[in-house]
Design a protein around this ligand. Structure first.
Ligand SMILES: Nc1ncnc2c1ncn2[C@@H]1O[C@H](COP(=O)(O)OP(=O)(O)OP(=O)(O)O)[C@@H](O)[C@H]1O
Ligand SMILES: [Mg+2]
Length: 272
């Protein structure tokens, strides 16, 4: 079977800035893959390149199908879903409504069944399903402004799920979450992936990424500097040097969900 995502030789330049250089990355079926790297390493640019939001060279295959020449909406239609570094929810719509508007248009037979037989609209059914999947039924009728940052983040992910994607790309879903929320997010993500949704997770919360991913890729200045299991990556001297400019012996990444980024450790700050 083809991997869910196969990116080969992906490069992006912004004028003189080479934001991505020849990046190869694979997300296998049923896998949770991490993409980490210091600020400005090119992580968001990678997601933009895969989803078609920036001009990129190289090959991008979704379940074996080359999609690099397609516009963003066609890629989304084929099963790519992403979240954004800053969450954008409709603040005057309830959680349920936020999910329903993301569900997309029904097919012609579905519209027929909805109108003629009074069947529950597809978008509503999908919203219902996603609420159940992420265990968010209790906040379905809330407005986003009444929710904690952690819950808002989950609604952002739920919205990406409402399009029934075949691959999920998450850009810093744990940013701004406390330890408890981050652990909770990790458990839910792992459950989603184990339920069959391959996912690429970008985050600065090393505890989260090292704790739940099957495999991790590390970017620095637009280039991949490491790829491996969490154990391999956490002890890779190049990775530690990229984050800290120091040796592996000097830092021990914290337990899952501690919200601690190596970069923050290096700078003596708890900031992202
Ligand atoms: N639209 C743009 N125009 C010009 N330069 C850009 C643009 N978007 C990103 N860059 C540059 O490309 C590089 C990679 O940025 P990117 O946002 O992908 O990094 P990142 O790894 O997501 O960082 P962070 O962890 O801070 O989110 C940076 O040097 C950034 O300044
Ligand atoms: Mg980014």
């Amino acid at each position: 079977m083809s991997p869910a995502l196969q990116a080969a030789g992906v490069s992006v330049s912004f004028g003189a800035v080479r934001a991505l250089q020849d990046v190869d990355l694979e997300v296998g079926e049923g896998k949770l893959v991490g993409l980490i790297g210091p600020n400005g390493a090119g992580k968001t640019t990678f997601v933009d390149a895969i989803t078609g939001f920036v001009q990129a060279s190289g090959s991008v295959r979704l379940e074996g199908r080359e999609i690099s020449a397609l516009p963003p909406h066609r890629r989304a239609h084929l099963g790519l879903a992403r979240t954004w570094q800053t969450i954008e929810l409709f603040d005057d719509l309830t959680v349920r409504e936020n999910l329903a508007v993301a569900g997309g248009r029904p097919s012609l037979p579905e519209s027929f069944a909805e109108i003629v037989f009074g069947r529950q609209p597809r978008a509503e059914r999908l919203a219902e399903e996603v609420l159940g999947l992420l265990d968010l039924e209790d906040i379905a009728e809330e407005l986003p402004s009444n929710l904690s940052q952690g819950r808002r983040k989950l609604v952002g992910i739920a919205r990406a799920l409402a399009s029934k994607p075949s691959l999920l790309l998450l850009d810093e879903p744990a940013a701004g979450l406390d330890t408890h929320e981050s652990l909770d997010l990790g458990r839910r993500l792992r459950r989603l992936v184990d339920g069959g949704l391959p996912t690429l997770l970008i985050d600065h919360d090393m505890g989260l990424v090292l704790g739940i991913c099957d495999e991790i890729y590390v970017l620095d200045f637009g280039k991949l500097i490491a790829r491996g299991s969490p154990e391999e990556v956490r002890s890779n001297p190049d990775v530690l040097a990229a984050y800290l400019g120091t040796s592996a012996a000097e830092v021990e990444p914290d337990a899952p969900g501690t919200g601690t980024a190596w970069a923050a450790v290096a700078e003596g700050t708890a900031e992202q």
